[in-house]
Design a protein around this ligand. Structure first.
Ligand code: NAD
Length: 436
């Protein structure tokens, strides 16, 4: 199939590379000339394991190219996938600015196209967005009719950064929300090789499924953290408790996100929790449990800060800065929040994160890292050992295997704050530095 993908970010770049690997001809579209150039040079605009190799192979085979020209992309493909960002506004509501702009651009290009085109929304949007905003904008700009002249579907993405390519190829399910049957059929044929059930529903159900999943993940993380915190205050190892709880497969609990540890972050869970709670509040729906998720999450960052303070030392080394291991993504990273809290209280901070360091020099995020958070990026050190040597307290912020030998080697010499479970069965002494 000939597919254009709008938005070469964490979702779009992975989808583009994976479709190209499957033999489809893919045009990646992005307003960022920087990202377009990086992809056409056969490189990855973001840090994601295995992605650079796939992009290089796709560009070399001719299956993948990138452009900023919407008209070219629409004219040369039969399906367009929208993967642009849907960040939070200050109020917590969704900012639909990017998605509205792309809908207008696609509509304008469709005006000049003969033959059917299918538009698929992969970005995370609240129910009603596609039918109420995206479709009218495309119809207005193109002068064509949804379901008749062009197809519309929603296809939420379930990949997790750091394992995105594996997740893409092994999704828990493929969810298709279809406006018209032909669009659903086309998408189903695209994914029929995947080892996952294909679920076809209405557009609104598909939109809501994605929120339900993300809010459930955030709930699991917060629940496990609160249980861990209570257990710890009773001298009990919360991780062992949750390992046992998760063995109860009859209640269908997977152990994903159910390990007491640090706060959730990233570009999805916080913004999706905010968007759903904001909308519920607007509609006068009472949601005391969901409303407390963000404050529970913040409490976990504050807890990590209190742990560092409890040691009474001033020189802190942080191992990890991104919101999870194996990515350079700093969006809403709780480790950035922790670093800012420590800086604000005058701690001497040094930070090691190999992916953020790589992105700071080579990646598409370098302007953000150098320009928007210079107070943090200036503390990044390229050498892990330097950060360890410089610190009296070491904060283990990411589950990165490569830290293990350094951490174990220096465990007796300096205080350790373990946010992510390096010490699965800590002694009572070590529990002092554990974030649950
Ligand atoms: P991102 O910010 O990394 O990427 C968005 C890209 O869209 C950017 O490169 C931007 O330049 C580009 N863009 C903006 N306007 C454009 C336009 N008019 N035309 C072409 N390109 C344009 O975002 P992301 O993390 O990939 O997330 C995209 C969507 O997918 C969001 O709705 C998000 O909630 C959802 N999602 C994200 C993840 C994740 O793990 N990051 C997982 C599942 C779903």
């Amino acid at each position: 199939m000939n597919i254009s993908i709008f938005g070469m970010g964490y979702v779009g770049a992975v989808c583009a590379a994976c479709f190209a690997e499957r033999g489809h001809t893919v045009i990646g579209v992005d307003v960022s000339a920087d990202k377009v150039g990086i992809i056409n040079a056969g490189k990855s605009p973001i840090v994601e394991p295995g992605l650079e190799e796939l992009i290089a192979a796709g560009v070399k085979s001719g299956n993948l190219r990138a452009t900023s020209a919407t008209a070219d992309a629409i004219a040369n493909t039969e399906m367009s996938m929208i993967c642009v960002g849907t960040p939070s506004k200050r109020s917590g509501d969704l900012d639909l600015g990017y998605i509205e702009a792309v809908a207008r651009e696609i509509g304008a290009a469709l005006k000049h196209k003969n033959g059917r085109h299918t538009i698929v929304v992969r970005s995370t949007v609240l129910p009603g967005t596609v039918n109420g905003i995206v479709v009218p904008l495309i119809e207005q700009a193109s002068g064509k009719l949804a379901g008749v002249d062009f197809g519309i579907a929603v296809n939420p993405e379930f990949l997790r950064e750091s394992t995105a390519i594996y997740d893409y190829n092994h999704p828990p399910m493929t969810v298709i929300g279809e406006w018209d049957k032909a669009s659903g059929d086309l998408l189903a044929s695209l994914y029929q090789h995947l080892p996952a059930p294909i679920v076809r529903k209405s557009i609104e159900v598909a939109e809501m499924v994605k929120y339900s999943c993300n809010v459930w993940h955030a709930t699991k993380i917060s629940f496990a953290n609160e249980i861990g915190n209570i257990a710890k205050s009773m001298g009990v190892d919360g991780r062992q408790v949750m390992e046992v709880v998760c063995q109860d497969s009859k209640l269908n609990l997977s152990d994903y996100y159910m390990r007491p540890g640090f706060a959730f972050g990233g570009s999805c869970l916080p913004k999706d929790v905010r968007a759903l709670t904001y909308r519920a509040t607007q509609m006068d729906v009472e949601i005391p449990m969901l409303k407390s998720l963000m404050s529970t999450n913040y409490a976990q960052v504050k807890k990590a800060f209190d742990l560092v303070e409890s040691f009474g030392k001033r020189k802190v080394g942080m191992l990890g800065l991104s919101f999870k291991a194996k990515t350079d993504d700093l969006r809403e990273s709780p480790l950035v929040e922790l670093a800012e809290m420590l800086l604000g209280k005058g701690y001497e901070l040094s930070i090691f994160d190999k992916n953020v360091e790589y992105a700071r020099v080579h990646g598409a995020n370098r302007d953000y890292i150098n320009g928007k958070i210079p107070h943090i990026s200036s503390l990044l050190k390229p050498d892990l050992q330097d950060v360890i040597d410089d610190s009296e307290v070491l904060v283990l912020g990411l589950r990165d295997r490569s830290f293990e030998k350094y951490v174990n080697g220096s465990r007796n010499e300096r205080k350790v704050v373990d946010l992510v479970g390096y010490m699965p069965h800590p002694s009572t002494d070590e529990m002092q530095g554990i974030c649950w």
